[in-house]
Structures are given as structure tokens and as C-alpha cells.
Design a protein around this ligand. Structure first.
Ligand code: ZN
Length: 584
């Protein structure tokens, strides 16, 4: 793959890049490598250090006090006869300090071959019938991913043991509830104990299940509301408007969490320092936020921010950039990077210009600190650089969800050796150029035609699956109208015949319509569950159409019709935005 055409960087961005140094970020990485950042009091202590470092560089920082609902895993054990296996409780699973004993049942599942399928179920067809799970402790391969745990719970499982792929046991979280639960979400809170064990111990449990043996699980967690500090640096741009780019990452971690995410915190620190120093060369404002409650609260910090600054985000946020796990050893490629279609060409050309690398991205998973999809914000990046696939195979590494592919992810091994200063330097330069590139663009560098092309492909795929049962022709025609209006708008932008202010307002407002319709099912200002979110989710029933039993067809068609109406409504609204801009 050769690099995408790289747009030359502006002299302002070149000046900022020339200022980037490893001194401040590496010092913070080394300090965080000594500071566990999982317990709420430790997280607040880390915030104090971060705020102190920002202030030392003259960067004004507001430390917001949040109240977050968290589940702190304390200890777990699995007793198999006289043997006690090492285990970690999954955040938000039920604590059973007094222990729970039940017969084992094995549900075979495959491990994800890549990050693209990490959040899928991966259960095998030979899995036992759901009624076999009732009252038993399920043992199954994989991480304790939320949708899968929910299915086991709904099938009546008494508990779950997730067999992690290697010799380490990974921390994780198993609730599907995004951020602090609403009153109406409480019914979805996990009500069974869930633990993770390593692969060798998992093999013993599979054998025990085959022999019809029982195990005893005991887990301890502390769940409740905690006061957590959320630092935000506001770098004002020269533009008198209030539009801003949001750059963010989490600063709480499992244990020391160096590659996930001390390196990200350090990256944001250096960008804050440099942007503050060069703020006279910044057009739009930049807000840089470090989130608490990411690990133990299912993105509780970023979700709190989305809830409490909803109006400002809705009116003025032009893009959000997530920074997780940059600067890790061996991570020399940008592959499986998350970005929304409209931001792809900008992200690729920027990475090509800064790093000389071809970057390959994918539709963002319903994960990371993407707490802004329901409001509707154009988004790019989540995880950062990653190790080449060949190297991963050579090392016999399994798929993990961070740390640049290092399997130290979410374990005690995520220590200073996982960070690499030279790779961190490159990632800082990449993120710096992305954030400054958006902040300084006279017209926001987002191409909605890329998204309408994606929509056309999705509709074609869904139509193929629906066959003669349901026609998407009217929706496709509606999309065609939107595409030609966008063609006109972008042609006028390219010819300089559209006022930048009008173009920017259109680009920002389209995000409020087209991001939610492609990434959410719930209303704006709510938060969809943390489970797989297919493209154009209101029509996603098409994906399982062939498996729909005849007696359900009428209900399925009703659901499809309503989903289709919702989608067409969004296309009409987007079209009105573009027409209004063309008429201005
Ligand atoms: Zn992370």
C-alpha cells in the first residue's frame, strides 16, 4: 500500500511540529508508570499531577468535579475442588464475596483474529442449547465482552468464566450500559458474577465441564458513585466564533496502564503545551480533555462531559479526536484505525504527510470514548499506531484492544517497557497535525460525499439480503438527491463560490443528522448501549433476514418500515441543510 496523496502541511503546523519535544511527555509517562490509576483516589491523584504539569507550562486547565458511577474490581477466585485458579472479576459484574457454586457448562467460542471482530460474539455453532446454561456457570473462550455476557445472563446462566487467550488474565468490563446508568437502564445492569481466567486454567475448566463438575466462584467489587476529577485545557483560537475541536483520552487505567493510556495522556500534554504556545497560529479553539472512569465506568468520564456540555458540543464542536494507546513499542503502522467516512481522506493525507505512511481505517466500533455519536460529531482516531501483522504473528500474539497490539494490554505487564519514545514522538506529531489541521482549515476538511458513498454501498448490501421482501428503492432515490446536492455544494466550495462560514455551518450541521443515523439507534443526547452497532442500524435487521422465521416476518417488516422511515427522514433533513446552504 503506498501512502495516500499527502497534502502539504501549513507553515503554522510546521512551526508547531518543530516545537514538539519528548521532554514533558516522557517525564509524565515515567511518572504515570509508577502510579496505579484504577482506584478512584489514585485517579484523582493522577489528575493533580497532570494539572500541575499543565500549569507548569502555563496552560490554563479547568479541573471539573464529576460524580461517576463506577465498579472497581477488587479480587476474584475460582475454586475447582481443592485447587484455586487465578481470576479477575469483570467490572460491573455481580460481587459474590460469600461465593457461588454451580455445575460448569462449556460454550465453545473462537478468539477474534483481529480487532475488527473483537466485539463480536464468536460463539460456535456447536454451542449447547440455551436451556443447558440455566443455573450453570458458563465457561467460554474470549474476553468478557458485554453483549455476550448479557446473552448468557438472559439464558439463565448463574455465572460466567471467560477464558482469556494467553497466560495472562486481562481486566475488563461487562456492562452494556454506556456511562452512568439512567434509572431506566438499571434493568440492564449485569446480575451475575463474571470472571476472567487464563488459557491454561481455562483448559482445566473445560475438562471439568465435560466431567460434569462444579466450581465455586467468589468475587469482590466496589460499585457506587465516586467524585472524580476531569481536567480540561482550553486553547483559544483567533477566530471570534466559539467552534472548537475536542481532543481527548482517558487517564484512568487498569493498574499502571502505560501503553493504555499513560502514553496517550503524555501525547495530549505535549499537544496542549505546544498549542498553547502557538495559540496565535490557531484559528478555531481546541479543548483537550483527560477522562476518568473510562475503565471502571464504561467511558463514564467522557459520557459525563457529553451530558454536561451537550449544548456547547451540539452548537460548536466541529470534530472529536480520541487518543488511546499511542507510542507503544513496535507500533509502526496505522492499521484498523477508527474514523468516520467523512474524515477518512483528511486523516489519511495528514498521516501520509507527517509520517510518510499509508493509513488504513475502519468504521468506529461502539467503544472507546466515542460518547458523542448520539449528539452527532464527526470523529476520528481511537486506538493509534499498531504493530505490523507479520510481527504480531511472529510473536504469536493474540488480538488485544489497545497498547499498539502488545498483549500487556489490561494486565499488570503494561509497564514502562511497553512505551517507545520514538514511536510516541511520531504519534504526537500525527495527533498534533490532525487537531491543528482541523482547527486551522478555512473550510472543515470533511467530505460528506464519502459517507453518502458508504450509505449507497450499505443500502445495496441490505437490498441484496432483503430480496423481493422489501424494496429500498425510495430510500436509494432519496440518497441520490442528497448526493447530487452535495456534489453541487462541494463543487462550489472548490471554486470558492461558497462562503466558508456557510460551508462550515453546513458541514457541522450535517454531522448532527448523518452521524446519529449511521451510529446510533436511540435518540440524540442519550447513549446507545456498548454493543456492536452495524452500519445504518435502523435497517440492520436486513443482515439476519434469511434466518427470520416465517411467523416473525410481519413483525420484522414492521420494524424495517419504521427504520426505513427514520432513515429517509434523516436524508430529507440533510438535503434541506444542503439546499439552504446552496440558496444562501
Ligand atoms: Zn484505553
Amino acid at each position: 500500500m503506498s501512502p495516500a496523496a499527502s497534502a502539504p502541511l501549513s507553515s503554522a503546523i510546521e512551526d508547531m511540529l518543530a516545537e514538539v519535544s519528548l521532554q514533558a511527555p516522557w517525564e509524565l509517562t515515567e511518572r504515570f508508570a509508577q502510579m496505579p490509576r484504577c482506584l478512584p483516589e489514585d485517579v484523582n491523584r493522577a489528575c493533580d499531577l497532570l494539572a500541575q504539569r499543565l500549569q507548569a507550562h502555563g496552560v490554563p486547565v479547568a479541573v471539573l468535579m464529576t460524580r461517576l458511577y463506577l465498579s472497581i474490581p477488587l479480587r476474584a477466585a475460582v475454586s475447582l475442588g481443592a485447587q484455586t485458579l487465578r481470576a479477575k472479576p469483570s467490572s460491573f459484574s455481580l460481587g459474590v464475596p460469600e461465593g457461588l457454586e454451580a455445575e460448569l457448562v462449556y460454550v465453545p467460542a473462537t478468539y477474534s483474529a483481529s480487532i475488527s471482530t473483537l466485539f463480536q460474539r464468536n460463539t460456535q455453532p456447536q454451542a449447547p442449547a440455551p436451556e443447558r446454561l440455566c443455573g450453570r456457570i458458563v465457561v467460554s473462550e474470549g474476553y468478557a465482552t458485554p453483549a455476550k455476557m448479557r446473552e448468557f445472563e438472559l439464558a439463565g446462566a448463574a455465572g460466567v468464566i471467560a477464558i482469556n487467550p494467553g497466560v495472562d488474565v486481562h481486566w475488563g468490563i461487562c456492562t452494556t450500559i454506556w456511562g452512568a446508568p439512567e434509572l431506566d437502564d438499571l434493568a440492564r445492569k449485569p446480575r451475575i458474577p463474571v470472571v476472567a481466567v487464563n488459557h491454561p486454567d481455562g483448559q482445566e475448566l473445560i475438562a471439568a465441564a465435560a466431567a460434569g463438575r462444579a466450581v465455586r466462584l467468589s468475587t469482590e467489587l466496589e460499585e457506587g458513585w465516586f467524585d472524580q476529577k476531569l481536567p480540561v485545557a482550553h486553547i483559544p483560537g483567533t477566530d471570534p466564533g466559539q467552534d472548537f475541536v475536542l481532543l481527548h483520552g482517558h487517564y484512568d487505567s487498569w493498574d499502571m496502564g502505560v501503553g493504555d493510556n499513560a502514553t496517550g495522556d503524555a501525547t495530549l500534554l505535549e499537544i496542549a503545551r505546544v498549542l498553547w504556545k502557538h495559540r496565535a497560529q490557531l484559528r478555531r479553539s481546541v479543548r483537550i480533555a483527560w477522562w476518568p472512569g473510562h475503565s471502571t465506568g464504561r467511558y463514564a468520564g467522557s459520557t459525563w462531559f457529553a451530558d454536561h456540555f451537550a449544548a456547547e458540543i451540539d452548537e460548536h464542536c466541529v470534530a472529536q479526536i480520541n487518543c488511546d494507546s499511542p507510542g507503544c513499542r513496535w507500533a509502526t503502522e496505522y492499521r484498523n484505525v477508527s474514523w468516520m467516512a467523512e474524515t477518512e481522506s483528511f486523516a489519511q493525507s495528514t498521516i501520509a504527510a507527517v509520517a510518510g505512511l499509508a493509513a488504513q481505517g475502519e468504521r468506529p466500533h461502539r467503544a472507546g470514548d466515542y460518547a458523542f455519536n448520539n449528539i452527532g460529531v464527526s470523529s476520528l482516531m481511537m486506538l493509534s499506531s499498531t504493530m505490523p501483522e507479520a510481527l504480531r504473528q511472529e510473536k504469536n500474539y493474540y488480538t488485544v484492544g489497545g497498547c499498539g497490539g502488545n498483549i500487556a494490554w489490561h494486565t499488570e505487564n503494561d509497564t514502562l517497557e511497553v512505551a517507545d519514545p520514538q514511536i510516541m514522538l511520531q504519534d504526537i506529531r500525527v495527533y498534533m497535525s490532525l487537531v491543528a489541521g482541523i482547527a486551522n482549515a478555512p473550510v472543515l476538511p470533511f467530505d460528506w460525499r464519502a459517507l453518502t458513498r458508504e450509505f449507497a454501498a450499505t443500502l445495496e448490501r441490505y437490498q441484496g439480503l432483503l430480496g423481493a421482501d422489501y424494496s429500498l428503492a425510495a430510500t436509494q432515490a432519496q440518497l441520490g438527491l442528497l448526493e447530487s446536492a452535495l456534489d453541487q455544494a462541494y463543487a462550489r466550495m472548490a471554486a470558492g463560490r461558497l462562503q466558508p462560514a456557510a460551508a462550515n455551518a453546513m458541514i457541522r450541521r450535517l454531522a448532527r443528522v448523518l452521524v446519529p443515523i449511521n451510529h446510533t439507534l436511540g435518540p440524540r443526547f442519550s447513549h446507545d448501549a456498548a454493543s456492536a452497532m452495524p452500519a445504518l442500524p435502523s435497517l440492520a435487521l436486513a443482515s439476519c433476514w434469511s434466518g427470520c422465521p416465517p411467523e416473525h416476518k410481519g413483525f420484522a417488516l414492521t420494524q424495517l418500515k419504521r427504520g426505513d422511515n427514520k432513515l429517509q427522514g434523516a436524508f430529507r433533513q440533510a438535503l434541506r441543510e444542503v439546499h439552504a446552504t446552496l440558496a444562501s
